[in-house]
Design a protein around this ligand. Structure first.
Ligand SMILES: CC(C)(COP(=O)(O)OP(=O)(O)OC[C@H]1O[C@@H](n2cnc3c(N)ncnc32)[C@H](O)[C@@H]1OP(=O)(O)O)[C@@H](O)C(=O)NCCC(=O)NCCS
Length: 165
């Protein structure tokens, strides 16, 4: 596993770096919910990206935990844990900038994010992806986790209690 990848809890300074990484190295639809308007990183989308993380993670009463993915000292993407039903489960969300994909960062992030989830007291992590997402399919296969069809998606619950044994 790559040793130059770390997760850092998002704060205001890291959010500024994260916006920069997103604008430079990712498509808006890969990193945030859709925003009306012309394609690309419009002023509205940049503002919506910052608002998204401020309201969900940096607020006094956050609804999820977000980590900046730092590769060799530079912010390269984000990983999120969103508490969901059943209790003890967190949905995982990850995006990595294009220039870093396919170089082992995702594999390192998966291990680090599962460890963070365990430390936060979660017992299970929910993963949902599109069937055409070969990287997520490969990551799950390497972990020995079976993705199953659910409507238009492929989903899995990674059992953290089994991992800890
Ligand atoms: C999905 C994502 C997080 C994976 O991260 P990554 O750094 O590219 O992944 P890695 O380099 O660690 O590769 C993981 C595995 O996927 C494989 N892989 C990576 N990119 C691939 C591609 N485009 N096609 C096929 N396999 C691919 C690698 O070979 C590796 O397989 P292995 O373990 O058998 O060697 C990243 O590609 C990404 O951010 N994509 C855009 C957003 C996204 O899809 N998020 C996930 C939503 S559920």
């Amino acid at each position: 596993m790559r040793s130059d990848v770390v997760l850092r809890r998002l704060d205001q300074d890291l959010l500024t770096d994260l916006l920069h990484a997103a604008v430079e190295d990712a498509d808006p639809l890969e990193v945030m919910p859709p925003v009306e308007g012309p394609d690309g990183w419009t002023a509205e989308r940049r503002a919506a990206f910052v608002r998204f993380h401020r309201t969900r993670t940096l607020a006094a009463d956050p609804v999820e935990i977000t980590y900046a993915i730092v590769v060799a000292g530079r912010v390269a993407g984000a990983a999120r844990l969103f508490p969901m039903e059943p209790a003890g489960t967190a949905e995982a969300g990850v995006w990595i900038g294009r220039s870093h994909r396919g170089t082992g960062v995702g594999g390192a992030v998966l291990e680090l994010l599962l460890a963070e989830a365990r430390d936060e007291g979660f017992t299970s992590v929910y993963v949902s992806t599109e069937p055409q997402n070969a990287a997520v399919r490969a990551l799950m296969a390497r972990k020995g986790v079976t993705l199953v069809p659910d409507a238009d998606a492929l989903i899995a619950y990674v059992d953290l209690t089994a991992e800890a044994r």
